[in-house]
Design a protein around this ligand. Structure first.
Ligand SMILES: Nc1ncnc2c1ncn2[C@@H]1O[C@H](COP(=O)(O)OP(=O)(O)OP(=O)(O)O)[C@@H](O)[C@H]1O
Length: 303
């Protein structure tokens, strides 16, 4: 289990993370989302001992990363897949890590196979690796010690659509076997597909957290009609609170039946009436952070 408790990290006058609290349970994938500079990396770096919290704590199984005995056997970390010596081969990188972790050399072949780098790719120097291959090697390193917890910063970076699909299966399988996964990503569709819990951070503060299903379900009813002002008045006259919805829609704070009855009684024409929340993760992200998500990236790659 991962526990972030009232974590604050300042760099001089810059507050990177402010009073952040959340936890990640075994058997779940938690997606950590936020716009550029929101504080995702700082939170993950604090969790794995690469940044010292100004206040608060970030622990794994109740201990700070630095206090975990043989941390690499308990926590697999992928923070910057590019941070490896370009002259070493993939196999050499893993063999060195295996020695440090005290795992047998057979485990190197096992994880190379698992991330799709077995055979010739394993013998190539990292300088000749694509970003996607480096990312796969980073995941192999994270998995090497057979940990129960994975902490991954942007693991889908540089992976092609097939690679993203593969990674999704790998993370899902890891969690389904009881593992704990915390991953940050800009790829909202990716997070939507793989995560069961979401934590959204913006400006260093948590702006939403909970199960993906709950957060995406939304509240109230989305209505649209040719005369927005008339629709607004009819709902308010029926005692239903109304707020602006996406584009020219209205968000009514009542269920679909009550909204339908109110507009029918007032004789107002509708062009759309449905439970709110169907805008998916991108809509949620935009409403919480004021930023457009990067969900389009996957479609662009696929196009
Ligand atoms: N070492 C540092 N020194 C000073 N400021 C820093 C440092 N690391 C991060 N920051 C600042 O803290 C804030 C949060 O940065 P962080 O890298 O955690 O965001 P992020 O959500 O990971 O962003 P991105 O999605 O762009 O990677 C930013 O304003 C950043 O400039």
């Amino acid at each position: 289990m991962i526990t972030i408790d009232h974590l604050t990290k300042r760099y001089g006058a810059q507050v990177a993370v402010s009073d952040v609290s959340f936890s990640c349970q075994p058997g779940t994938v938690t997606g950590f989302l936020g716009p550029n500079g929101a504080g995702k990396s700082t939170t993950l770096r604090s969790l794995v001992g690469l940044a010292t919290p100004t206040s608060g704590t970030a622990t794994i199984a109740g201990r700070r990363y630095a206090d975990l005995p043989n941390a690499g056997r308990q926590v697999g970390v992928l923070l910057d897949a590019g941070a490896q010596h370009a002259g070493r081969t993939g196999r050499e990188v893993l063999s060195l890590s295996a020695m440090v972790l005290g795992v047998g050399p057979e485990r190197v072949d096992e994880v190379l196979g698992r991330v799709g780098l077995a055979g010739r790719p394993a013998g190539k120097r990292l300088g000749n690796y694509s970003l996607g291959m480096r990312q796969r090697l980073g995941l192999a390193t994270a998995l090497l010690g057979d940990p129960q917890v994975l902490v991954l910063d942007e693991p889908a970076n540089g992976l092609d659509p097939e690679g993203i699909f593969w990674m999704r299966g790998l993370l899902r399988g890891f969690a389904d076997r009881g593992g704990t996964v915390l991953l940050s990503s800009h790829l909202l569709h990716e997070i939507e597909a793989v995560a069961d819990q979401l934590v959204v951070i913006s400006g260093g503060r948590i702006v939403a957290q909970g199960s993906k299903d709950e957060l995406l379900a939304g509240k109230g009813t989305l209505v649209r009609g040719p005369d927005r002002a008339l629709l607004d008045r009819a709902l308010q006259a029926a005692g239903i609170a109304v707020s602006p919805g996406p584009e020219d829609a209205l968000l009514a704070d009542a269920d679909a039946l009550a909204v339908g009855q109110a507009v029918a009684a007032a004789g107002v024409v509708l062009t759309e009436l449905r439970p709110a929340g169907g805008e998916g993760l991108e809509g949620l992200f935009r409403s919480l952070t004021g930023h457009a998500g990067a969900g389009q990236q996957v479609e662009e790659v696929l196009a």
